[in-house]
Ligand binder design. Structure first.
Ligand SMILES: Cc1cc2nc3c(=O)[nH]c(=O)nc-3n(C[C@H](O)[C@H](O)[C@H](O)COP(=O)(O)O)c2cc1C
Length: 328
């Protein structure tokens, strides 16, 4: 898949997830087979740019190209400024969020709430495209609610405004995260425009990825929640799409090594205090489904230092390893 001058290694994209897709996680997913990873969104409110959180979100040191940064807001000129700010800080692609249903986002009439106002969508897209020389991409849902699935109209507006790729989460804003993603609407959007379309929603396995690709005819796939605690899903999907064969699941030692590397990168990126807090949710995700995982999570969530967290995680994996050896 090609976005502007960037040819991606494959057509798999890590979905932007606020509080999850920080630089350590994006880099890990890229190492494990994601062709692109979209960073967490940066508010278009410039008053927030000096904050530690926004500065960290705009930090792309050492990140593999292309570096895509998501922005969010409802004011065309503020969005244009936000795009310029992020390009000045290293963004190589600007992604606009019109797909997030979070209450916080919808209350300020940004995110997927914008889909209701097609004229404003056009104004925002044109202002951002005109503000920067890098490619601009857009992420949407299929519409406002099931009676107002205007995804095709928005997709056409996007193409006419100079958007260079469109990611579609197969749910309306009103659907939240419930029900199965509707891939029919994504297929219709793909038919309606010529820029690359990326399908998103409930892609949880290599087989499902293939089914969505076949059903929608899209150019790329975007994976969010299924990568939490399973960043290797990208190499699994990539391998399956290329060869039709499934890779074996990673062994317990490989999972331990991936998680340990991830923890060290989190500590380095955030410092000890925030790093330990951020690591908790990742440790929980990695240990989900593992034997005695619930007991481990209860205990490790009380660890307050890097040393404690690393020690307890190491011991948990050692215990899993020994159990597997005994069972063999
Ligand atoms: C914790 C979390 C945070 C999210 N934050 C964002 C965000 O900042 N911007 C955005 O466009 N979508 C956001 N999303 C939506 C995802 O990008 C994606 O569209 C959605 O999770 C569906 O894909 P999935 O079924 O593969 O998870 C978020 C989703 C989750 C679970």
């Amino acid at each position: 898949m090609k976005i502007g001058p960037y040819t991606l290694n494959n057509n798999l994209v890590l979905a932007p997830m606020a509080g999850v897709t920080d630089r350590p996680f994006r880099q890990l997913c890229k190492q494990l087979g994601a062709g692109m990873a979209v960073s967490e969104m940066v508010s278009s409110n410039s008053l927030l740019w000096g904050s530690e959180k926004t500065k960290r979100r705009a930090n792309h040191e050492g990140e593999t190209e292309p570096k895509s940064v998501q922005i969010m807001g409802a004011d065309p000129q503020m969005m244009a400024e936000a795009a310029r700010y992020n390009v000045d800080n290293g963004a190589q692609i600007i992604d606009i969020n019109m797909g997030c249903p979070a209450k916080k986002v919808c209350n300020v009439a940004a995110g997927s709430a914008l889909l209701q106002n097609e004229a404003l969508v056009k104004e925002i897209l044109e202002a951002v495209v005109a503000a920067v020389t890098v490619p601009v991409t857009l992420k949407i849902r299929t519409g406002w609610d099931t009676a107002n699935r205007n995804g095709i109209t928005i997709a056409r507006i996007a193409q006419e405004s100079g958007i260079q790729a469109l990611a579609v989460h197969g749910r309306t804003r009103a659907c939240g995260y419930s029900g199965e993603a509707e891939y029919d609407t994504i297929a219709a959007i793909k038919q309606a425009i010529t820029i690359p379309v990326i399908a998103n929603g409930d892609i949880t396995s290599p087989e499902k990825a293939k089914r969505v690709l076949d059903k929608t005819g899209v150019d790329g796939l975007m994976i969010g929640r299924a990568a939490q605690g399973r960043p290797w899903i990208f190499r699994e999907v990539d391998h399956f799409l290329r060869t039709g064969e499934k890779l074996p699941e990673p062994g317990i030692n490989e999972i331990r090594d991936i998680l340990m590397g991830h923890l060290h990168n989190l500590y380095q990126f955030y410092g000890e205090r925030t790093g330990v807090l951020m690591a908790r949710k990742h440790i929980s995700w990695y240990s989900k489904g593992q034997r005695d995982g619930a007991t481990f999570r209860q205990a490790v969530n009380r660890a307050e230092t890097m040393e404690e967290q690393i020690k307890m995680t190491g011991e948990f994996f050692e215990h899993l390893h020994q159990e597997l050896q005994q069972a063999a």
